[in-house]
Design a protein around this ligand. Structure first.
Ligand code: ZN
Length: 365
């Protein structure tokens, strides 16, 4: 009964979308034909810029400008909107693009571009601006300066309870405190929803998240199952939000920056909705990739089973516009894994693994 109760408490934090497969738009396949955006811009003679704060990607020719966000299927060229099947993605800190992007966006940008003869003429007539492609912006950015660490449960809420009576709230607090120390030592600023055994409501956790300037939210939990044989690590990222959830979202500074970038399209009455859509796509894509990285790194360094990267609708994440993941570090209901989780050496290993994933991610690796 205890296990059922703790499982129910664990489920309080997020409503799982079941064992659904990852939405198609989030599936990241390595086999689709991809090229780095910087290379495409160079060969196509287009100026590329990536704003590291707003994540806005802009491409310019002499006459036109295209704006989009990483992971967004929408590209704006002046008043025109282009829908993509496959958006721009980030892979280890570099923007990768597709044939479709090249065709639809770069093709459109270059439509009325000056011909070679016109170009030669402009070169012959001295002009202050060089005609050569210029790559501006930093394409390998630090994506993470501040992080919010959220140790699950606490106080009157023990979370999952193992066969040897270990409580989830204690295990995850210890791992989170270790993680905080490692991240701080590496120069990442850390905010914590709790540092000791106190009960923090989901509303409070959410409020803490929206008050900081953090670039990512990492929640640490331990898993429970009715079957004692079940083991391994699971990492969740934010799933697609329902329209109601979308309306809940508070406006953030990121959104304002995004709006400033789109000043040319201000006349569009649908701009608000468009920007929201782009921001969400971006946040979900980033969350998914971060979750995948943490899960894979943990499975490798701890030699444990990776149960997969799943998506969930976290309560605490709805009001933030930052990538967010929830790590289930192992099953306290599995006697072997519970024993491991009771060892401080193992908890330190978990903390180191998650920290390394975040540090690599912060460097855009
Ligand atoms: Zn939990």
């Amino acid at each position: 009964m205890k296990y059922l109760l703790s499982a129910a408490l664990g489920a309080l934090l997020f409503t799982l979308a079941g064992c659904q497969t990852v939405p198609r738009d989030q599936v990241y396949s390595d086999d689709f034909r991809a090229t780095y955006l910087t290379d495409v811009c160079k060969t196509e003679d287009v100026i590329c810029d990536w704003d590291q704060i707003s994540q806005v990607v802009s491409l310019r020719t002499d006459t036109k400008e295209a704006t989009t966000l990483i992971d967004s299927n929408l590209v704006l060229i002046g008043e025109e909107q282009i829908q993509l099947d496959e958006p721009l993605r980030l892979k280890r800190g570099r923007i990768i693009t597709t044939d479709e992007f090249r065709r639809k966006v770069i093709g459109e940008l270059k439509k009325d571009a000056p011909t070679l003869v016109e170009k030669v003429q402009t070169v012959l007539i001295p002009k202050p601006k060089p005609a050569e492609p210029v790559i501006t912006g930093n394409f390998r950015v630090r994506k993470l300066r501040e992080v919010i660490l959220d140790a699950g449960h606490g106080g009157k809420d023990p979370g999952a309870i193992g066969y040897a009576k270990s409580q989830e709230k204690d295990i995850v607090l210890d791992i989170t405190n270790r993680l905080a120390r490692i991240l701080e030592d590496s120069g990442i600023k850390v905010h914590m929803t709790r540092k000791d055994d106190t009960f923090i409501s989901l509303q409070e956790r959410s409020a803490i998240a929206s008050k900081t300037k953090a670039d990512a939210f990492v929640s640490i939990h331990a898993n429970a199952s009715k079957q004692r044989g079940v083991s391994g690590v699971e990492v969740f990222s934010l799933r697609n939000l329902t329209p109601t959830e979308m309306n809940d979202i508070k406006r953030t500074k990121n959104r304002r920056i995004m709006m400033d970038h789109l000043v040319a399209s201000r006349n569009d009455p649908n701009l608000d909705a468009l920007v929201d859509e782009m921001m969400f796509a971006h946040k979900q894509g980033e969350s998914f990739q971060l979750a995948q990285r943490i899960g894979e790194d943990m499975a490798r360094s701890l030699k444990i089973r990776m149960r997969g990267t799943k998506t969930a609708g976290f309560y605490v994440l709805r009001n933030t516009l930052i990538p967010a993941v929830l790590v289930e570090v192992g099953f306290v209901t599995n006697p072997k894994e519970e024993r491991l989780l009771q060892s401080s050496r193992y908890r330190e290993k978990i903390a180191r693994s998650i920290a390394n994933s975040l540090i690599d991610y912060s460097k855009g690796k």
